[in-house]
Design a protein. Structure first.
Length: 414
């Protein structure tokens, strides 16, 4: 983690971002609920982190996550928040570009090497506003569990209340932010790209019982199209990092350890909680299996079509062949089925277009990235099946449904 000062972003703008964020979390519950995304890929998601299923620690945080690049989204409330977000995200992206240039040079590469290789210009930028209410029993809760961030660099500002801690040599160090500074976390993609020279830092957030804390973390990553591998000049004969897809939702399912790491990272920049991730991956696996099945059926159909053509051509008077032909005819008079399948596939992108999240260039038509039909299909399926998961501890410390903004209602029990 580093602290950046003299970054050129006006203090007044940073204050407006924090005030606007406070304004957002101050909205009435029904108003905020308008932005309560249903699925991890929704471009705007307001929600609450609350996980009691396994751990005995409670996560004490509300959040708003917005995909702001390559396509800009923002909540329509409170007034002017959108403009402020836009201005801040532009500025913070410029700072990130400069930092990445410096990092690239620090690795002995050309200044633009990292930016070009990882297609950062069309990379993702996610605005994550965190609200940690003061907590009656802070020793039993965490704002955010230990994690590393998933992308390249996450730039954080906060109101005057501390709580961020970084792990250093096995110990948790409290981060004292300098006034008007940006706190910068190095992410997993940077660790891979630098072949381990820049480690992604592990951090967590603790809460307190006096003042609510607000932080705004803006995460920056490569184009989701990019395969993140160690920069070739940094590759050594041994101990190389394994390349990974910038975003595993883009058509490939991660291995268990990768999944674990990604989930940790995702918690960090708060894409998903663990259950949601696992659920997503298991659905994606099923979809991939279904896709394979569909492909093999289509291949079989193609083969039978050719065979039919061949048999028709040969015009054999042979009885057996007659029988075969009429059998094939029967099958392929149901040939209409085939164009239907094909039609629905080729139309997929259009159908799902409106549901596409903008953060992922893969799904973003403006960036001409189409064809991830199984993911698109996954999005659709998940949209239908995904139920928001908000929980409340009842008096017997069981877990059940809960409304958002639960902090006031909940008694902590371990
Ligand atoms: O609230 C903070 O200071 C840190 C937030 C964070 O770690 C994250 O959003 O990944
Ligand atoms: Fe983080």
């Amino acid at each position: 983690m580093v602290k950046v000062v003299n970054h050129g972003i006006q203090e007044s703008l940073m204050n407006k971002v924090i005030d606007g964020t406070q304004g957002f979390f101050n909205l009435r519950e029904e108003e905020k609920k308008e932005f309560e995304g249903k699925h991890v890929l929704d471009p705007i998601r307001y929600g609450t982190s609350f996980n009691t299923s396994k751990e005995k620690t409670f996560f004490w945080r509300d959040y708003l996550k917005v995909f702001v690049h390559p396509k800009f989204h923002s909540p329509s409330k409170p007034d002017r928040y959108s403009d402020i977000m836009w201005e801040y995200c532009e500025k913070v992206r410029q700072v990130t570009k400069v930092l990445l240039g410096g990092i690239s040079q620090g690795l002995g590469l050309e200044e633009c090497y990292l930016e070009k290789t990882l297609e950062v210009k069309s990379g993702f930028q996610i605005f994550i506003a965190n609200y940690y209410p003061s907590c009656p029993q802070p020793e039993l809760a965490l704002g955010m569990p230990p994690h590393s961030d998933h992308g390249l660099l996450t730039l954080i500002i906060q109101n005057q209340v501390g709580g961020l801690q970084v792990q250093h040599q096995g110990k948790w160090i409290h981060v004292n932010a300098l006034p008007n500074s940006l706190l910068v976390n190095t992410g997993d993609h940077l660790e891979i790209f630098s072949n381990g020279k820049y480690k992604s830092n592990i951090h967590k957030v603790v809460v307190n019982n006096t003042s609510p804390r607000i932080s705004v973390a803006v995460a920056h990553g490569p184009s989701l199209e990019a395969i993140v591998s160690p920069a070739s000049p940094l590759i050594q004969s041994e101990t190389n990092y394994t390349p990974m897809k910038a975003f595993f939702l883009g058509g490939y399912v991660p291995s268990e350890p990768e999944m674990k790491r990604s989930v940790e990272g995702f918690n960090g920049i708060s894409f998903v909680d663990e259950e949601e991730s696992k659920d997503f991956v298991s659905k994606k696996r099923k979809l991939q299996a279904a896709k394979l099945k569909k492909e093999s059926i289509l291949a079989e159909i193609l083969f039978l079509k050719q065979r039919r053509r061949y048999l028709l051509k040969s015009q054999s008077s042979d009885d057996d062949n007659e029988k075969n032909i009429s059998r094939f005819k029967k099958i392929f008079d149901a040939e209409n089925e085939v164009p239907k399948v094909e039609r629905s596939n080729s139309g997929y992108d259009a159908v799902v277009e409106s549901a596409r999240p903008a953060f992922t260039s893969k799904f973003n038509s403006e960036h001409h990235e189409v064809g991830y039909e199984e993911l698109s299909a996954g999005v659709d399926v998940l949209r239908m099946e995904c139920v928001p998961k908000n929980y409340l501890i009842d008096d017997n410390n069981r877990v059940g449904k809960k409304e958002l903004s639960w902090h006031g209602q909940v008694t902590l029990k371990v």
